[in-house]
Design a protein around this ligand. Structure first.
Ligand code: FAD
Length: 429
């Protein structure tokens, strides 16, 4: 028997949990919503790249969790230790048991630093760093600013990751910083070692990314998975599994190593009945409604869901109104409606004045919220990334406001007639 009961219980008060809570309360101001979240802080994770690039300070990427909790929503301070969907209950690490009418899982994903041998021991030292950790964002900035030349290696793991473009963003920023110091003798070689067979899953973007790397002299190695790091000796070991070739190990010496660790569903989800299966631990969802196919009173939003698209805050932005409407539908005994088309986006920073805004959906085709060809680096998208998106995140997204593209939608017909949409093969809907 649960000690506490909520009409809607949201597990996780990060990007997805807070955005969804805001949507629910905006649509139904009297709805009882509770959010389980252990952290006293809320982070704008996309901002860590801007910290590393020296554009913003670290403090600007964090707010108190209490400050982002929507008015009227109950914050349950604690961490989920187990899901018991057969009894519509959740257990917390402190032993409390909570019941719900509808549960929304928004626990994000887990970074598995220790899956790379030796990495834990040298992170934040010997030039080994990562923008995927808040404290290391500042160390990354330090590394970029004090680099004395040599080989800089940037990795991308075999697993799905959040914001698939971020590993390249930091490389391009590093390249620009190093080249600016070539006049004082800084000579650099940049190596992008990815375990993937391509730079990005959407072919049109991937082709442009290959071209950008080639224009800059950044070397790309595919099928290279980082498996071990020796910080003191500055050696990184990669498992190389090229198609048709026997698997081998390659050791690469580095002066700077930027690591993106393997990522996975949080263990508490992976070992629960909510997971697709124990190996692929994401919460199983219908990709268009966010609803669990076996537990109709359970939904997921954000990185933790099995949505077959890239894991980003941008995806959360368009999942939230659909999941919110469907949560209300279930509470009222109606059938959930499909509405999420797999939209996801990642602003690929290519320099301190250009961004290619990678927007796409389940069709794996480029789409554009701004009615212009997205396969292009632009200054205005840089301004959006640097100034627009942080403001939008705190002031519009977390408060449950619709995506800005909704305001441009009526102009799509005109843009099409003017020939601005020629790059798009088919209309989106
Ligand atoms: P999170 O925001 O991570 O929230 C998960 C929450 O669950 C956290 O608050 C956590 O404390 C809580 N939690 C964890 N375990 C428990 C538990 N057991 N019980 C209760 N609560 C728990 N996205 C973009 O759209 N554009 C970008 O440019 C971009 N760049 C990025 C750059 C970097 C370096 C990083 C790290 C991410 C970037 N992202 C970007 C991705 C974006 O931040 C995530 O996709 C987004 O935050 C996902 O939201 P979420 O709610 O699923 O997870």
């Amino acid at each position: 028997m649960a000690e506490l009961h909520a009409r809607v219980l949201i597990a996780g008060g990060g990007t997805g949990g807070i955005t969804l809570a805001s949507w629910l309360r905006r649509l139904r101001p009297d709805l009882e919503v509770a959010v389980i979240e252990p952290s006293p802080f809320h982070d704008y994770q996309s901002g860590w790249v801007l910290v590393a690039g020296g554009f913003v300070d670290l403090a600007s990427t964090r707010r108190q969790e209490a400050a982002v909790m929507p008015p009227g929503v109950r914050w349950i301070h604690g961490a989920v230790a187990a899901f018991d969907p057969d009894h519509d209950a959740v257990e917390l690490a402190d032993g409390r048991r909570l019941g719900y009418d509808v549960l929304v899982v928004a626990l994000g994903l887990q970074l598995n630093w220790s899956a790379v041998r030796g990495l834990d021991a040298c992170l934040g030292r010997h030039g080994v760093t990562s923008i995927y950790s808040r404290p290391l964002a500042s160390y990354t900035r330090h590394c970029l600013e004090t680099f004395q030349g040599g080989t800089a290696v940037f990795t991308h793991p075999a697993t799905p990751i959040k914001c698939g473009g971020a590993p390249q963003k930091i490389m391009h920023l590093a390249d620009q910083r190093f080249k600016a110091r070539s006049g004082v003798g800084v000579r650099s070689r940049l190596l992008f070692c990815t375990a993937q067979p391509a730079l990005f899953p959407v072919a049109a973007y991937s082709e442009r990314m290959v071209a950008i790397a080639a224009e800059r002299g950044e070397e790309v190695r595919y099928h290279h998975e980082l498996v071990a790091v020796n910080g003191a000796e500055r050696m990184a070991t990669f498992r190389v599994a090229e198609p048709g070739q026997p698997e081998r190990e390659e050791v690469i010496g580095f002066d700077l190593l930027h690591v993106v660790p393997p990522m996975a569903a949080p263990e508490v989800v992976a070992r629960s009945p909510l997971a697709v299966n124990p190996e692929e631990g994401w919460v199983e969802v219908d990709p268009r409604t966010g609803q669990h196919p076996r537990y109709p009173h359970v939904f997921a939003i954000g990185d933790v869901g099995s949505f077959p698209t890239a894991k980003t805050a941008a995806a959360v932005r368009l999942q939230a109104p659909v999941v919110a409407a469907n949560v209300l539908a279930v509470l009222e005994g109606r059938a959930p409606q499909p509405g999420y088309d797999g939209y996801s986006a990642c602003p690929l920073i290519t320099s301190d004045h250009s961004v290619m805004l990678l927007e796409f959906d389940y069709r794996q085709q480029p789409v554009s919220s701004f009615l212009v060809n997205p396969v292009k680096e632009r200054w205005f998208t840089w301004l959006l990334e640097r100034f627009g998106f942080p403001w939008i995140y705190w002031n519009r997204m977390l408060t449950g406001q619709p995506h800005e593209a909704a305001y441009l939608k009526p102009f799509e017909g005109i843009a099409r007639r003017l020939g601005l949409m020629r790059w798009q093969n088919k209309p989106r809907h």
